[in-house]
Design a binder for this molecule. Structure first.
Ligand SMILES: *Cc1c(COP(=O)(O)O)cnc(C)c1O
Length: 452
C-alpha cells in the first residue's frame, strides 16, 4: 500500500526553532519610533516582556524551545504530513502533492504554536494579564487556551463584525477563560474616538490592535500579544517546516514548491523558512510561494514602505508591503488574511526575490477547498483554501506539461467554525471582491513619511 500519512515520532520533535535572520545577506530594516528614528528597545517594554523583545531582535540561528513549551507541544505535535494520493488522482496530475495538517491542534490551527511560548515567556517575566486582538477568532482562541495553561488572564478585542458573525468562536474563547469584547469598544480612547465618528463602525484588525496596544501600554501588569507579523511569531512557527523536513527525509522526497496562505505571514514563514535554510546552506532551490486574497493583496500590489501595524499609529513603524494602515478590507470569509500589511521578514524576502507571491480570488479558493475536502476528507479553513487553490493550479499546470513536480502546502487549520462561509459558497452566494487600484494609490499618500 502507498504511504499516505507520514508520522514523525515524538522523540524526533525539533528542540530548537530556526531564525531566518541568520541566513539573510541584508540585515532586517530596523523598526522606527514615532520620531522616525530607529526604535529604542526600551520603548517596546511598555508593550512586550523582555524575553519576547530579545527574540524579536535576535539574529541567532537556532533558539532553544523551552522544555515546558515542548511538553505542551507534544499534546498534538509532531503534526502529520500527508501525501494527497486521492487528490492527485482526482486531478489526474503527475505531480506529487503533500500537505502538513496544523488543524489537529486543540485550537484548530497553527496559531497555538506561538500562543504557547508567548504565554510562557510572559509568565516567566511576571506578567499576569495579556491583551490581544482577533479577527475570525483563531488567534484569540489560541491565546485564551495558552493563557489558561499558564494562569494568565487574557482580554481579546474581537473585530465587531466577526464578533457578530462568529458567535461560536467567541464561545470557544470564553470556554477557555478568555474575556471577549467587540471592537471598537468604549473602554479605550481609540475606541471612543472611532465610535464618536461612527457608532456603527464594523471594526477592523487595525483598530482592534490599536485598542489592545493602548490598554497594555497603560498598565504595568499587562502586556500585548500579537498572533502574526512579528519576527518572534515567525520564529515559533518554524516548528512546522522543521518537522516537515524530517518527514520528507523519512520518505526520501523533497519539495520543489511550497505554498502557504499569507495574512501576516506566520504560517508561511513557519513552513518555508527552514527550507530556505537548506538552500542557504547549499541545498537545492525550492520555490516558496505566499498565497494571499486578491481582495487584500499586500505583497502582490502593496507599497514597500514604512508603515504602522495598527490603524491609529500606536505601534512602531516597520518596513513592509502595505495597503495603508487605515485600509478597511472587504468582508471576505478568510478573516485571518484581512490584514493591511505583511511581516517585515516576509516582505524583505519578497523584495529581494527570495520568495514568490500570488493572489487568488475568493470563490476559486472555496472551489479548491471543497475539491480538497471531497478527495482528502478534511474541511480546510478558508485561509488554508488559498494555498490549496495555488497548489491545485500548479498541479494542473504539471498535468499539461507532464512534469512530476513535488508540491507541498501547509494546511494551516480546519474550517469547522466556518461552515456559514461554505454554505454561502455551496448555495452560489459567495462573491469575489477586487481591490480598486485607485484605493491602493490613495493609500500611498497617507503612509507615514519615513525613508526606507
Ligand atoms: C490566522 C490564520 C492564517 C493567516 O495568518 P498567518 O500569520 O499569515 O499565518 C492562515 N490560516 C489560518 C487557519 C489562520 O488561523
Amino acid at each position: 500500500m502507498q504511504q499516505t500519512k507520514i508520522i514523525l515520532p515524538e522523540t524526533e520533535m525539533p528542540t530548537h526553532w530556526y531564525n531566518v535572520v541568520a541566513d539573510l545577506k541584508n540585515p532586517p530594516a530596523p523598526p522606527m519610533g514615532p520620531d522616525g528614528k530607529p526604535l529604542d528597545p526600551a520603548m517596546m517594554q511598555a508593550i512586550f516582556c523582555d524575553p519576547i523583545i530579545e527574540q524579536e531582535m535576535s539574529a541567532q540561528r537556532w533558539v532553544k524551545i523551552p522544555d515546558q513549551v515542548r511538553e505542551i507541544y507534544q499534546q498534538w505535535r509532531p503534526t502529520p504530513l500527508f501525501r494527497a494520493h486521492r487528490l492527485e488522482q482526482a486531478l489526474g496530475t503527475p505531480a506529487k502533492i503533500y500537505y502538513k495538517y496544523e488543524g489537529i491542534s486543540p485550537a484548530g490551527s497553527h496559531k497555538l504554536n506561538s500562543a504557547i511560548p508567548q504565554a510562557y515567556y510572559n509568565k516567566q517575566a511576571g506578567i499576569t494579564r495579556l491583551t490581544t486582538e482577533t479577527g475570525a477568532g483563531q488567534w484569540g482562541s489560541s491565546l485564551s487556551l495558552a493563557g489558561q495553561m499558564f494562569g494568565i488572564d487574557v482580554r481579546i478585542y474581537m473585530v465587531k463584525i466577526s464578533y457578530q458573525q462568529k458567535p461560536f468562536r467567541r464561545s470557544m474563547m470564553e470556554t477557555w477563560g478568555g474575556e471577549v469584547l467587540a471592537s471598537p469598544t468604549n473602554l479605550t480612547k481609540t475606541g471612543r474616538k472611532i465610535l464618536a465618528a461612527n457608532p456603527d463602525n464594523p471594526g477592523s484588525l487595525g483598530i482592534a490592535i490599536s485598542e489592545a496596544v493602548e490598554e497594555a501600554a497603560s498598565r504595568a501588569d499587562t502586556r500585548y500579544s500579537l498572533g502574526s507579523v512579528l519576527n518572534h511569531v515567525l520564529l515559533h512557527q518554524t516548528i512546522i517546516g522543521l518537522e516537515a523536513q524530517k518527514q520528507f527525509a523519512m520518505v526520501g522526497d523533497y519539495p520543489d514548491m511550497i505554498f502557504a496562505p499569507c495574512g501576516g505571514g506566520s504560517n508561511f514563514g513557519g513552513v518555508a523558512f527552514p527550507f530556505f535554510a537548506d538552500e542557504a546552506a547549499g541545498g537545492k532551490h525550492v520555490r516558496l510561494v505566499a498565497v494571499e486574497p486578491s481582495s487584500c493583496p499586500s505583497l502582490t500590489r502593496g507599497h514597500y514602505a514604512y508603515d504602522f501595524g495598527d490603524s491609529v499609529g500606536f505601534t512602531p513603524m516597520m518596513l513592509q508591503y502595505t495597503l495603508g494602515h487605515d485600509f478597511m478590507p472587504p468582508g471576505i470569509h478568510a478573516g485571518g488574511l484581512r490584514y493591511h500589511g505583511a511581516s517585515s521578514l516576509v516582505s524583505q524576502m519578497y523584495h529581494e526575490k527570495l520568495i514568490e507571491a500570488v493572489a487568488v480570488p475568493q470563490v476559486a479558493t472555496f472551489a479548491a477547498g471543497v475539491q480538497f475536502a471531497r478527495a482528502e476528507g478534511i474541511i480546510p479553513a478558508p485561509e488554508s483554501n488559498h494555498a490549496i487553490r495555488a497548489c491545485i493550479d500548479e498541479a494542473l499546470r504539471c498535468k499539461e506539461s507532464g512534469e512530476a513536480k513535488t508540491l507541498f502546502f501547509n494546511l494551516s487549520g480546519h474550517g469547522h467554525f466556518d461552515m456559514v462561509s461554505y454554505d454561502k459558497y455551496l448555495s452560489g452566494n459567495l462573491e469575489d471582491y477586487d481591490y480598486p487600484q485607485a484605493e491602493i494609490d490613495a493609500a500611498l499618500e497617507r503612509l507615514p513619511k519615513v525613508k526606507a
